[in-house]
Write a protein that binds this ligand. Sequence first.
Ligand code: GLN
Length: 198
Amino acid sequence: MKVAVLALQGAFIEHEKILNKMGIDVIELRKKEDLDKHFDGLILPGGESTVQGKLLKEFDMFDTIQDKIKNGMPVLATCAGLILLAEKISNDSNVYFKTLPVEVKRNAYGRQLGSFHHEENIKDLGSFPMNFIRAPYIEKASEDVEILAKVDEKIVAVRYKNQIAVCFHPELVNDFRIHQLFVNSIAQCNENKEICAN
Ligand code: GLN
């Protein structure tokens, strides 16, 4: 199994380190040609969604990645990555892949709560350490989106078909359960493509 990490900007190395520790092969997506390589799953890391969105277009990578996600490629998106997937962004006129039927609010916790740590239950995983860094939260989710976690009534983790998206940074803690969930979903998709097909 090979996992690609979008490596244009943001916290991609941290994801790579976790995947390495888990014994998963990793490739970095830095330019259009990298998208010709084989990979079974994709990580969209945290960072700045506006910068990542701009670079994806500039490097002519946007359409191919969007097609792959639409065609069922398993994706794990963290923070800015989630913003890239969202169908709507309530406080920004930009919108990117639009493959995840949720409405997110960018920098939703305001300045004072720009960064904070919280422990909260994730469905099927139990208590999980969550680091929020200028994070979004999900204001609305379509009925068929599975809600995996909420913090103070705000949705912070979801799963929808081939996509797992979280508002916090599982790559910054020494707990691989979210990455394991993702790797399991890749294995399931490889066995039965229909599970993930959009
Ligand atoms: N504030 C960033 C954005 O709106 C997301 C922050 C993050 O990824 N940690 O894109």
